[in-house]
Design a protein around this ligand. Structure first.
Ligand code: NDP
Ligand code: 8X3
Length: 250
């Protein structure tokens, strides 16, 4: 009997690579995202036998509930939830940031993630399943312009640890995955579609790929059931830490 994964944000980047990796490994996969044509492309590429797609905006709790209620029988026994849908918007310092962008990041990265997790907890507990939350190094290490994005990812990391504590004794595993720089559509989204900015950031830097992250997700999800990876921080070798900044002159 194949195990079943629900992965959000499956229309690009980590999510799309994760769909491919888990289908290749024999799992059933539920893939979600807003862009229906991208989800249809996944079906065209992988077939519909073990793949179910659901197009909805994850910030719309009613649409999320309807998509869960409409799951075909074969896809109802969700074993693993990968909360991957998310985004950064803007790189401006807080004092120049757009409040609507902050709200969108909080609604997507925090509220929707918590809402979906809450909805699936009974199923995951019944199946002794697993939750893999996509956080970020931005949740641990601040950088200029990271403000609310980093704050949302700090929530994801801490929420993961809290879930782990609450789910003690249920057999449900919880992991906070905390990647650094990976080339996906992330920077294109963050910059409002600036392909040159994205190319400049990743160019010559040997960033991680979506497939690198999907492989780690596959590894974590398939560990023996008595093992829990609490947090997994992953960076490309080319990325490391820089120091504090000091302002002089008042
Ligand atoms: P992409 O932009 O390539 O993918 C983001 C995915 O999130 C898309 O499938 C998008 O689908 C989905 N998404 C965004 N908003 C919504 C929404 N309102 N409703 C439904 N789905 C939504 O970026 P990544 O693959 O890089 O990002 C995946 C996750 O990884 C994010 O949480 C990101 O913060 C995190 N991350 C990324 C890093 C990187 O360097 N790339 C590093 C660390 C963490 P659609 O637009 O179709 O709705
Ligand atoms: C994305 C990683 O460093 O661009 O979460 O914020 S970073």
């Amino acid at each position: 009997m194949p195990r079943t994964l629900l992965v959000t944000g499956a229309t690009s980047g980590f999510g799309a690579a994760t769909v491919a990796r888990f289908l290749q490994g024999g799992w059933r996969v539920i893939a979600t995202g807003r862009r229906a044509e991208r989800l249809q492309a996944l079906v065209d590429a992988h077939g519909a036998e073990r793949l179910h797609v659901a197009a909805f905006d994850i910030r719309d709790a009613d649409a999320m509930r309807a998509a869960l209620d409409a799951l075909p029988e074969a896809f109802r026994g969700i074993d693993v939830l990968i909360n991957n849908a998310g985004l950064a918007l803007g790189t401006a310092p807080a004092q120049h940031a757009d409040l609507a962008q902050w709200t969108q990041m909080i609604d997507t990265n925090v509220t929707a993630l918590a809402t979906l997790t809450h909805a699936l907890l009974p199923t995951l507990i019944a199946r002794r399943g697993a939750i893999l939350n996509i956080s970020s190094i931005a949740g641990s290490y601040p950088y200029p312009g990271g403000n609310v994005y980093g704050g949302t990812k700090a929530f994801v990391t801490q929420f993961s640890l809290g879930l782990r504590s609450d789910l003690h004794g249920t057999g449900v595993r919880v992991t906070s995955i905390e990647p650094g720089m990976a080339e996906t559509e992330f920077t294109l989204v963050r910059t409002g579609g600036d392909q040159a900015a994205s190319d400049t950031l990743y160019g010559g830097a040997a960033p991680m790929t979506a497939e690198d992250i999907a492989e780690q997700l596959w590894w974590v999800a398939n560990l023996p059931p008595h093992l829990n990876i609490n947090r997994l921080e992953i960076m490309p070798v080319s990325q490391s830490f820089a120091g504090f900044q000091v302002h002089r002159g008042g």
